[in-house]
Design a binder for this molecule. Structure first.
Ligand code: ADP
Ligand code: MG
Length: 652
């Protein structure tokens, strides 16, 4: 077949354009990206060959070769990995199939607009747009590849200018060779950074790819002065040159080494390398277990939650190794869902090399190891909360949501999990000075006569501070948990109680305050309710199915009305979450509460006396309800009719 030209997919083009004209400060990472692709490709052939030895064609000396060439200004990276077919070249390299890419592009565009030098390294690390990073240093890239088990090889070539070509070619060994024709800035003596310089390349491999599991080799030309038979250098003799192939990376898996001998920088580099992160992890857990089940685990909490942590395209799970040989990536069965943010690996001789995912799921060893890992992570968190509060709060800001979702997801059958997690929760409270509080801390501060744990939901502190219901609680010095994250209320609902104290929303049901004064108010409210039975009934009738009930309030001070949700069914905040998830059926049952001590109440009584069918009374009811809605941040269904009614009232 002859040479064919293809256009890059539109998004790929955009990305390439950004790569080439980008704001990158750190172009050297292209090497790490290409080496990691080569290593991934070797992982793949290694794994396939476990069940199909023929694929190896007798070559199981896995290796990656770097060939810098000063005369042609090229750098090649070769591997004897799985290789690619023609279709794979198109799909994997001609297209950006990854869902994170859009987000990446947007971030890049923004960074570019702001002319900020958010370094490309940060973004590349985050989104892993590996292969294309090579266009930062190359004016042309040539990929020659032959898929294991196939005869035909292909040559892919592009100058990063919007199109690429593919043609058939020959290649003896399976695998892939990527040749970069370097841009003038990156070779020669005057180069900004010289990527054909063997020593430069060696240092880059040490820096970024030291733990790659396969040898990364390069030829060094050694110049020597000849020696005489006593081993002394011969004066004035012309220097000789010889080739020496060296392996650049140490390959010794970090986790097999003794904990006490590993420096923090080593852990950090290892993590960044293996998990393509640009930031150091916030926590590292390295454990060796001996006994019935033997394993080593090395776990990390990334410093920042990935942007897609809660999306379906996020791949949770740990890497599995058996006697230091990689068997599987993203093994989800080791850790519970709520720990999906944990990265790391487990190496155990008890895993068999060619075990299938299905069999693995049922493996007893895996379950036991999983349980141990979960416990050790929870123990770490518990200690962090007790002894390193600041660090824990940083953790909480990134992953608190995960733990809360964990509580919610275990509502029906995971009392165990809930019990483990509930003491790790943190919430803001009405007492801003206290910062974030655990439930334990909140309960410890509760006065004797407070029986319930009060909470309120809102989009931010101010929204809750401004709730009419808060006024009374503030006066009475009752501390209220502030639920500011939309999953909070779901977690609280799932918990039900803490330390035998029920949770109680300040916007739902009866407040049940237990002081003498409150008891008095309660009595008084009952009296007022009795006296105004007709009025209440008629307001309810006038509002129809907009409300489930109308009540005289004992929780209001300066506001005329408020809306509370029935104790049965979702709250307003939950209603909002459902609506956002396109589930508008779950509506909170609205109860309108009226403040009998507000001046408006007298006026209402007067208007009511004119007759419940009068237009004025109906308008009053409507406006009262709308006010209450607005306070909760809910828009009325008929804003213009409401505006007209207000205008009419103002004009009176
Ligand atoms: P990622 O490595 O995150 O998948 P890259 O842009 O680095 O993204 O690579 C894109 C894809 O191209 C890889 O997933 C792989 O399928 C293919 N690829 C890249 N380099 C090689 C290689 N050396 N051998 C085989 N396939 C490769
Ligand atoms: Mg890659």
């Amino acid at each position: 077949m002859s040479k064919e030209t293809y256009e890059f997919q539109a998004e790929t083009k955009q990305l390439l354009d950004l790569m080439i004209h980008s704001i990158y400060t750190n172009r050297e990472i292209f090497l790490r990206e290409l080496i990691s692709n080569a290593s991934d490709a070797i992982d793949k052939i290694h794994f396939e060959a476990l069940t199909n030895k023929d694929l190896l064609e007798g070559d199981n000396n896995y290796e990656i070769f770097l060939v810098p060439d000063e005369t042609t200004h090229t750098l090649s990276i070769s591997d004897n990995g799985i290789g690619m077919t023609r279709d794979e070249l198109i799909d994997n390299i001609g297209t950006i199939a990854k869902s994170g890419t859009k987000a990446f592009l947007q971030k890049m565009m923004k960074a570019k607009e702001n002319n900020s030098s958010v370094s490309g390294k940060e973004l590349i690390g985050q989104f892993g747009v590996g292969f294309y990073s090579a266009f930062m240093v190359a004016e042309k890239i040539t990929v020659i590849t032959r898929k294991a088990g196939q005869k035909q090889a292909y040559k892919w070539e592009s100058a990063g200018d919007g199109s690429y070509t593919i043609e058939e070619c020959n290649k003896d060994k399976r695998g892939t060779t990527i040749t970069l024709s370097l841009l003038p800035d990156f070779y020669g003596d005057k180069a900004e950074e010289n990527f054909v310089d063997t020593y430069k390349l060696e240092s880059l491999v040490k820096k970024y790819s030291d733990y790659v599991r396969y040898p990364i080799k390069m030829n060094f030309v050694i110049e020597e002065t000849p020696k005489d038979k006593d081993g002394k250098e011969i004066k004035d003799a012309p220097k000789t040159k010889r080739d020496e192939i060296r392996t650049l990376n140490s390959m010794q898996p970090l986790w097999t080494r003794n904990k006490s001998e590993i420096k923090p920088e080593e852990y950090n580099e290892f993590y960044k390398n293996l998990f393509h992160d640009w930031e150091e992890p916030m926590e590292i857990l390295h454990n060796k277990a001996e006994g019935t089940i033997e394993y080593t685990s090395l776990l990390f909490f990334p410093a920042k939650a990935p942007f897609n942590l809660y999306h379906t395209d996020y791949q949770p799970g740990l890497q599995l190794y058996s006697r230091h040989v990689f068997i599987m990536d993203n093994c989800k069965d080791l850790l519970p869902e709520y720990l999906r943010f944990v990265k790391g690996l487990v190496d155990s001789p008890d895993f068999s090399l060619n075990i299938s995912r299905e069999l693995l799921q049922q493996s007893r060893e895996l379950k036991i190891i999983g349980r141990n890992l979960e416990n050790s992570i929870l123990k770490t968190l518990d200690k962090m909360l007790k002894n390193k509060r600041e660090k824990y709060e940083k953790f909480w800001a990134q992953y608190g949501k995960s733990l809360k979702i964990g509580i919610y997801n275990n509502m029906y059958n995971g009392t165990d999990t809930i019990n483990k997690l509930k003491d790790l929760l943190l919430f803001a409270t009405s007492d801003a000075d206290k910062g974030l509080s655990s439930l334990k801390e909140y309960v410890e501060r509760m006065p004797e006569n407070q029986k319930k744990i009060y909470y309120a939901s809102g989009k931010d502190r101010k929204a809750i501070d401004d709730l009419p219901q808060m006024e009374l609680l503030r006066d009475k010095n009752v501390e209220v948990l502030y639920l500011l994250d939309n999953v909070d209320e779901f977690a609280i609902e799932a918990l039900h109680e803490y330390d035998n104290k029920q949770f109680h929303s300040i916007s739902r049901g009866d407040l049940d305050l237990d002081d003498v004064e409150s008891q008095q108010t309660k009595k008084e409210t009952e009296d007022i309710t009795k006296k105004n039975e007709d009025l209440i009934k008629d307001i309810k009738e006038s509002l129809g199915d907009k409300v489930t009930d109308v009540k005289i309030s004992n929780r209001l001070k300066s506001s005329a009305v408020c809306l509370v949700a029935d104790e049965q069914g979702p709250s307003f905040a939950m209603e909002q979450v459902f609506a956002d998830a396109n589930n508008p059926m779950f509506k909170a049952k609205r109860i309108l509460e009226i403040n009998p001590h507000h001046q408006l109440f007298k006026r209402l009584q007067t208007v009511h006396n004119q007759g419940k069918t009068s237009q004025e009374f109906k308008d009053y009811c409507d406006l009262l309800f709308t006010q209450a809605l607005l306070i909760e941040g809910i828009l009325p269904e008929n804003p213009s009719s409401i505006a007209n009614k207000i205008a009419a009232l103002m004009a009176k």
